[in-house]
Write a protein that binds this ligand. Structure first.
Ligand code: DAH
Length: 341
């Protein structure tokens, strides 16, 4: 092995270090001499193969050259980095009057938050999420739900009809009940969220487009007690453990008996206030035991199976929970409103 010429190596390294144009170029030169396969590294590594006298002489020289080079690299690195930082900052000025922290974290719309909260409460109870089309047929939206043509119950929900056929925008999520029961055999428990439409004037509590969540449970031996227990638990989970639920008779064509569920007023705790119109109670949802006519239409034997169903408005629950007094605020896309939730 030829004796390495440390003097030449040193001269060459110094020349390159001093003329390096920037810190990236300097790092390449560092690799060339002191990298894993660098020229000086190879010399150091080959020392062991030299005859002892030669090694005694060359070893200390090579090691002190290594230290020397590292120092030179370090000094040059410092020089170049300072120059580069100076260049970067030249021509830049800092505007201390600029507002800071303008980036805002995104979050779900308040209606989405409430919708998800409703779904997860029922999912914990074993209800599966189902859905159906927003453009429905007269059959699914009305007839199959025991609301025949020309029956006065049709007046409860006016809608938007599409063309001359029997297509319409669904007025409620109840048609999903029918679609599920046609496809599946009981026992079943489903929860169906979605957008619904009514031909109605908009005001602080009404919107032609809004959202509902429908629930349906069908099995042998389901009773009104199951309905009450399930929905009372829902009210406690949604509005807090002290919330009480109350049921009063109501009419929906697709259930018998039908009921309305009320919760104890979350604002005045039943003392009476403006929101509950001094009654102490808030109307929350419609519910009831599935009508035998509905079971017959989907081929489920009403002698063998019973079921309960319920439907609630997402906007209404969100308004109660968040203390919002105008439904239109949900649809304005005004960040000053939306950022509060
Ligand atoms: N679909 C009804 C409405 O939009 C709400 C409803 C009432 C749904 C009673 C139900 C029910 O499933 O059993 O007004």
């Amino acid at each position: 092995m030829p004796e390495p010429n440390l003097d030449n190596l040193k001269t060459e390294a110094f020349r390159l270090i001093d003329s390096a144009a920037d810190s990236a170029a300097l790092e390449e030169i560092h690799v060339k001499f002191l990298g894993r396969k660098g020229e000086l590294t190879l010399v150091l590594r080959s020392l062991g193969e030299l005859p002892p006298e030669q090694r005694k002489l060359l070893g200390p020289q090579a090691n002190s050259l290594k230290n020397l080079l590292e120092e030179r690299f370090q000094a040059r690195r410092f020089e170049l980095e300072k120059k580069e930082t100076d260049q970067r900052l030249t021509g830049q000025s800092v505007d201390v009057t600029l507002p800071v922290g303008t980036r805002r974290a995104a979050r779900p719309h308040p209606l989405t938050q409430i919708n998800n909260e409703i779904l997860s409460i029922f999912q914990e109870l074993g209800f599966e999420v189902a859905d159906g089309p927003e453009i429905e047929t007269d059959h699914y939206n009305f007839t199959a739900l025991n609301i025949p043509k020309d029956h006065p119950a049709r007046d409860m929900q006016d809608t938007f009809y599409i063309g001359k056929g029997n297509l319409l925008l669904r007025t409620h999520t109840s048609p999903v009940q029918i679609r599920v029961m046609e496809k599946r055999k009981p026992p079943l428990r489903i929860i169906a969220p979605g957008r619904v439409y009514r031909h109605e004037a908009t005001d602080a509590t009404h919107s032609a487009i809004f959202h509902q969540v429908e629930g349906l449970a069908v099995a042998e031996n389901l009773s009104f007690a199951d309905l009450k227990g399930t929905l009372a638990l829902f009210a406690r989970r949604m509005f807090g453990p002290q919330s009480e639920a109350r049921f009063r008779p109501s009419y929906f064509p697709f259930v018998e008996p039908g009921a309305e569920m009320l919760v104890s007023c979350i604002f005045c705790k039943k003392a009476g206030c403006r929101v509950c119109k001094m009654t102490g109670w808030l109307e929350l949802l419609g519910a009831g035991m599935v009508h035998p006519n509905v079971f017959n239409k989907v081929g489920i034997n009403p002698e063998k199976f019973t079921g309960f169903a319920f439907g609630m408005g997402v906007e209404r629950i969100a308004m109660l929970k968040f203390g919002i007094n105008d439904i239109r605020l949900f649809y304005d896309n005004d960040l000053r409103f939306l950022e509060q939730f």
